[in-house]
Each structure stands twice: as structure tokens, then as C-alpha cells.
Design a protein around this ligand. Structure first.
Ligand code: HEC
Length: 158
């Protein structure tokens, strides 16, 4: 974004455009922190209901029963809601989601591409993730993962 044309590979650049466009990721993982902290004051963080499964069983998926933010607010709209975490350094922090159900970014992408819990037919009443099948091709999924891998720090303050 600062103009260094070599900072991202061509694949990661395509991935960024998908992330911010067709795949709708940036509607929750806000640029530039890629979490749910709301600009411009950065004082609140958004929670979302995705319909995360309890296990990796694709044949008989069940909804993870952790009530999430509901435990704090006692509001039905927050049942199964979790904060949107940052994707910075996400390539280093498997497993994924609040319960660690997905081992790889490929598995995370498969979940999103189907429309989250809705696509697995386990969606809670108030799923806030758009229900639509994203219709991402294999190449597009690879590009989005290349972009997420590009969010890995390459220098550290010692
Ligand atoms: C409706 C809001 C929303 C959208 C859209 C969304 N996410 Fe997420 N994302 C979340 C929330 C909330 C979590 C945490 C879920 C949990 O803990 O169960 C999450 C978790 C993740 C994680 C796991 C992070 C970790 O450390 O466990 C990855 C990776 C991720 N999202 C990538 C994406 C990508 C790529 C897209 C676009 C295809 C996307 N997200 C679209 C809200 C969203």
C-alpha cells in the first residue's frame, strides 16, 4: 500500500482483491488490522455468528455449542457470536476458530466458500455471515491463502 511493488506476489495481490471484493472477508476483517475493531475510534470490536462446527466431520456436522458472547450479554442475537480475530500472522497460529476445529487455512476457506454454518445445514438462527456460496474457484482460494500468508511478519523488534 506504500508503493513497494515487490512486497506482494502476483497471487497475493489477486488474493487481496478477492479478500476485499468477491469473497467479502474485509466486511468483517477490516483493513488494515484485519480484525473486527471498528474505525475510526478503534474502541469496540465486532462479534459475528458464523455457525462454526464442533468437529471436522463433514458427513454429519453439528454446531459447536459454545454460546460465545451470549454468556456476557444474555442477548439471543449474541448466541454463538465470537469476536473477529486479526489475520495478521495467521499462517503461524493454527488451529483455527474459537474451538480450533480447522487445522489449515484450506479448511477455513472450504467452510467460508460454502456459506459457513448455513452451507453445512447447522446455521444458528442469527448467522451474520452472508449465507451465499461464494463460488470461489480453486485458484481463487489459493490466491486468498497466499494473501493471508503475506500477513506474516518478516521483521521483529528485539
Ligand atoms: C461475518 C463476518 C466474517 C466474514 C465475512 C469473514 N470472517 Fe473470518 N472470522 C470471523 C470471526 C467472527 C472469526 C472467529 C470465529 C471463531 O472464533 O469461532 C473468524 C475467523 C477467521 C479465521 C481464523 C482465525 C483464527 O486465528 O482462528 C480465518 C483464517 C478467517 N476468519 C479468514 C477469513 C477469510 C479468508 C474470509 C473471507 C473468505 C473471512 N474470514 C470472512 C468473521 C468473519
Amino acid at each position: 500500500m506504500r508503493g513497494d511493488k515487490k512486497a506482494l506476489s502476483a497471487s497475493a495481490k489477486r488474493g487481496f482483491n478477492l479478500f476485499a471484493g468477491k469473497a467479502k472477508c474485509a466486511t468483517c476483517h477490516f483493513i488494515p488490522l484485519f480484525n473486527g475493531v471498528v474505525p475510526p475510534a478503534w474502541a469496540e470490536t465486532e462479534s459475528e455468528v458464523l455457525g462454526v462446527p464442533a468437529t471436522r466431520d463433514r458427513k454429519n456436522p453439528t454446531l459447536d455449542d459454545d454460546p460465545g458472547k451470549y454468556l456476557f450479554t444474555r442477548s439471543e442475537a449474541h448466541r454463538y457470536a465470537f469476536k473477529t480475530p486479526t489475520l495478521r500472522n495467521v499462517a503461524l497460529t493454527a488451529p483455527y476458530m474459537h474451538n480450533g476445529v480447522f487445522q489449515t487455512l484450506e479448511e477455513v476457506m472450504e467452510f467460508y466458500n460454502k456459506g459457513g454454518g448455513k452451507g453445512l445445514h447447522i446455521a444458528p438462527e442469527y448467522q451474520t455471515l452472508p449465507f451465499d456460496n461464494l463460488r470461489l474457484t480453486r485458484k481463487e482460494i489459493k490466491d486468498i491463502i497466499a494473501f493471508m500468508r503475506a500477513l506474516t511478519d518478516t521483521s521483529f523488534v528485539r
